[in-house]
Write a protein that binds this ligand. Structure first.
Ligand code: KG4
Ligand code: ZN
Length: 333
């Protein structure tokens, strides 16, 4: 039997919709980013984000249906991000999903945004369970032991800033604009990662948590005491700072994989686009004989295909949401 799931995502500053067949085949994945609107504020402004979602949600759903060649009548269920995220933004996607579910008489499935980042891997790869997953995004840095399509256990998390936040705040300190992760990645390619030594907290093997706020502060003090005078120094600072983030991400993921005896690792979320993280990850896990899977960049950053992919498996398990389902803003325990 074939099941077409319409996915809807609106947790932050991307309005996205997608149609996915049987949890693996993305027939369409449309993402409308608000980044140009928020750039002038140096970060996402929640009230503006919700309004922008309202303006575009219907058109994006239409585009996802048209691009996939699927009529609304051929949609079997609608999957939607319930949280975590900005509540006003989440409510726009959730309300749209409720309307579609009610009017078509099809099930609505509530999906956790972070778990969906992990499910994105199944759009491109067959990965057997169990596996260790690292989610690195603008708002979260979590390690999971993943036992099945619907069984995710958080085993480590950041105690303060997320890795993406560490990239974006550093870019702000260095005057590189918003969002800055991609710019630091670009500049680092020409820099020397060993030129400066930034902190790498909690590196003991037994601890699976992360901490990035001290790193950001050490960059702030470094720049205050040694203002950047030339491009070469800027590139070296970016490369050294990035190396510190990437080093801790990989070291902790290795520790988690070893603790849970995993022979497969998935790295996902927006920061998984980072070229040095992808490179060091491949080197490290290759040398350990562990298979590493990373989605292609379009499925690392926020999208709705990952929502539909997870929605499919929740639907198959009989997990569906009532029409009075509410959003949640912070990650589930
Ligand atoms: O998963 P995502 O699209 O949205 C959230 O759910 O947060 O992640 C966005 C984050 C931002 O912090 C952005 O700077 C970071 O991903 N990012 C990168 C790169 N591309 C995006 N960070 C480092 N290097 C990159 N190439
Ligand atoms: Zn995300």
């Amino acid at each position: 039997m074939e099941l077409n799931i319409l996915g809807i995502e609106s947790s932050c500053d991307e309005t996205a919709a997608a149609v996915v067949k049987n949890g693996t085949q993305a027939l369409s994945s449309i993402v409308s980013s608000q980044v140009d609107t928020h750039r002038e504020y140096g970060g996402v402004v929640p009230e503006i984000a919700s309004r922008k979602h309202i303006e575009s949600i219907i058109a994006i759903v239409d585009e996802a249906l048209n691009t996939s060649g699927t009529a609304l009548d051929d949609i079997d269920a609608v999957a939607v991000t319930q949280g975590p995220g900005l509540v006003g933004s989440l409510m726009v996607g959730l309300s749209a999903a409720k309307g579609i579910s009610y009017s078509l008489g099809i099930p609505m499935i509530n999906v956790d945004h972070l778990e969906a980042h992990i499910s994105a891997i199944h759009l491109e790869h067959e990965v057997e369970f169990p596996f260790t997953a690292l989610i690195v995004s603008g708002g979260h840095t979590n390690l999971y032991n993943v036992r099945s399509h619907t069984d995710f256990e958080i085993v480590g998390r950041t105690r303060d800033d997320a890795a993406g936040e560490a990239f974006d705040k550093a870019a702000n300190i260095l005057g590189l604009g918003y969002p800055g992760g991609i710019e630091i990645d670009r500049l680092s390619k020409k820099g020397n990662p060993d030129k400066f030594r930034f902190p790498r907290p909690f590196m003991d093997k037994d601890n699976l948590d992360f901490s990035y706020s001290g790193l950001k502060t050490s960059l702030l003090y470094h720049i205050r005491d040694n203002p950047v005078q030339d491009d070469e120094t800027l590139q070296d600072i970016c490369a050294s700072y990035q190396e510190s983030i990437v080093d801790t991400l990989i070291a902790k993921t290795v520790s988690a994989a070893q603790k849970f005896n995993s022979s497969r690792v998935v790295i996902c979320g927006g920061v998984a686009c980072n070229s040095r993280l992808r490179e060091l990850g491949r080197e490290k896990f290759n040398s350990l004989g562990i298979d590493l899977f990373i989605p292609s960049p379009k499925y690392c950053t926020d999208n709705a295909a990952m929502i539909a992919a997870l929605g499919f498996h929740r639907l198959c398990k009989g997990q569906r949401a009532e029409l009075d389902t509410a959003t949640y803003s912070t990650a589930l325990a």
